[in-house]
Design a protein around this ligand. Sequence first.
Ligand code: UGA
Length: 428
Amino acid sequence: MGSKIAIIGTGYVGLTTGACLSHLGHTVVCADVVPGKVESLSRGEVPILEAGLDELVHDGIRDGLLSFVLGAENAVGDAEFVFLCLPTPQGADGAADLSFIKEAAQQIGPYLQPETVVINKSTVPVGSAGEVAKKLERSDVHVVSNPEFLREGTAVDDFLNPDRVVIGADDRGAADRVAALYDKLPGEVLITDPASAETIKYASNAFLATKISFVNAMAAVCEEVGADVQDVVKGMGLDQRIGNRFLVPGPGWGGSCFPKDSHALVRIAENSGYQFGLLRQVIAVNEEQFGRVANKISRFARGSLEGKTIAVWGLTFKAATDDLRDSPSLNIINRLLEVGATVRAYDPAVEDASDVRLAGIEICGDPYEAASGADVLAVLTEWPEFKDLSFEKVGEVIGTKAVVDARNLLDRDAIKGLGFAYDGIGRS
Ligand code: UGA
């Protein structure tokens, strides 16, 4: 028989965790503070684009294993496990802001059954398990760290096929109980102390960001020496000690995790007396990359962007998600807008042009409409469907045949064959 679980927070992580745990046979109650969200989720309406999630939410509700309530205190009364899946935004000093987590812990404390295990799923600074325990004010409940390693867009698959499940607990019994929730899943279970589990999460995201900044820096070298970064990565990746994953050059990394977590780790290290120069440089290389892509676009626009029209394909921070948070595309677009360009953009997942993050951008309903009359076309998100678009058609509508392919996504030779000027990342 499954366990009784409460999930506090129905964002990307909370909703995926809740739906997947109900899929594994547990009874899950998810709480949120937004009444409209609770109502629509109760009807099975999933507010985010996440492959496979609609189906799991629908099945969970149908089987009576998944429900949604307003207010954390209304979810936890029967729970044996409570997952805290709340935002930890970047505070003014770069550190993660723990206030949502602490507030929720304080709120649920009085309603918990003895021996409940409260689980930090959100990415939280080292030492947060102790902070949560203090706020709960319950010596008869356990606090365990169980970080998530879910990528947006493939979160359901990542949850159900994990490389590893990391559990940080001071109490071995509580750790084993959490491990048992995942016993139907593949992947190694690593049980450690809370500080190590919390550090594993930061170290993993920082290392992945480091790989991407490394390859983007190598791409810059390739451009200078006339090498092709695609072949360089292939050659590196065949060395099994290196591998080729997370070495895809692009416009820089973004999203809701890498930027915030890398800054937070710099801060965590600094607060403990270590100057994490390497990670600072990884962040700096990423900022530089946004600028490098903006420069490529302005070079094709013959230097000045004042009064020029730039077509952009892709606004989300990566493909397969509708998430615009810290999107490299938006960072680059803002650099173009600042110097007087007009930006006409198309993204298959972005329909709501009223989103404040899209201010100043003309949102188009189709990619050819965006390209129409443009001085340069920039591909900033790697939506696979962009590969299938007709560049003959683009050639007929665009003002100047010039493409900056910041994801090295397109068929470079075919496009050049049609008379376009082409520039990629680390290959031209
Ligand atoms: C990331 C991690 O991959 C997850 O393991 C982690 O659980 C999650 O953060 C989190 O902390 O919650 P996510 O933010 O969804 O997941 O996105 P990624 O797929 O990691 O991509 C991050 C950024 O790096 C994107 O802008 C993407 O386009 C870029 N990227 C990724 C590259 O430029 N090159 C690559 O090779 C891979």
